[in-house]
Design a protein around this ligand. Sequence first.
Ligand SMILES: [Zn+2]
Length: 227
Amino acid sequence: MRVLLLEPPLWPYETPAALLSRALPAPVLRFSSLIRDQLDRGTPAGIRIRERIESGSLVTDDLARGAVREHLSRSAPTAFLLTGFPFNPALAAAFDTDLHERGTPLDAVLLLRPTEPAVDQFVRHRATRRSCPVDGPQVYGPNPAGDPCRTCGGELVQRPGDHPEESRRKIDGISSTLDGIARHYAAQHLLRTVDALPSAEDSTALALAALRAGRPGPDARPTGAVL
Ligand SMILES: [Zn+2]
């Protein structure tokens, strides 16, 4: 089964992608891993991607599409659970073309739509994080005792992006991006939308039920329909 998973980053530890992958079973294709693979192998695309990352630019749609297409050509998976790609409706349309050329269209697209309890859990978790004032990207867990940083000895601080309002804004932004991509697939009757709950396991159970419920195809037309 080829499934596209539109998954917001709500869960700090194991995510529905990992759990679904085992249950289906279908290997997870994470877009970030496909990009890392291009960088590690130093492919021509990888070199261009590295240049963009080092100059602080986003990976272009063409490079992103190329990285996914190259992976599919090389490993030719018959089943997969793709996540992190595509990241806009235009790229989704281009990806449709690539999959149809390969004769491997998507069977379903799953949108995990954030519920308030899941967003609240995400916001609270991020609010507990502390980071080193010198080595900014390094993020630590809660620091109730107010211990100094193990690297520089300074006071650990909360990054602006971990403030509750910022975390909420981040999830709202991601959620509306995913909704936009989901609409592309809804038009093709591929979309199943399920609640993203605080528990990754519960969210996965809903997602599996939605996938197994199937979708109404031509055969599901009521008998007696006008011919
Ligand atoms: Zn430090």
